[in-house]
Design a protein around this ligand. Structure first.
Ligand code: SF4
Length: 76
């Protein structure tokens, strides 16, 4: 069985730099030029990352399952 990995993307065109995600999971998001970027594009499953994607006011964050590209968060 392969270990599950998630991919984090941030749409720079949507992100307003509110830093909610950075405050929620500082280990996984950082502000760069007033926009959020994932610290690592591919990560181990982490509930806090899902929470960050759900709480982004612009829905700029996507969390996808590596391999299937299933969208894990935000819920549509
Ligand atoms: S919470 Fe959303 S809008 Fe705010 S910095 Fe993070 S990605 Fe950008």
């Amino acid at each position: 069985m392969t270990e599950e990995r998630w991919r984090i993307t941030v749409d720079a065109g949507l992100c307003i730099g509110s830093a909610v995600c950075v405050g929620t999971v500082p280990s996984h998001f950082a502000l760069k030029d007033s926009h959020s970027v994932p610290v690592h594009e591919v990560v181990e499953p982490n509930e806090d990352v899902l929470a960050a994607a759900e709480s982004c006011p612009m829905e700029a964050i996507r969390v996808l399952r590596v391999g299937t590209d299933e969208v894990l968060a935000p819920e549509l």
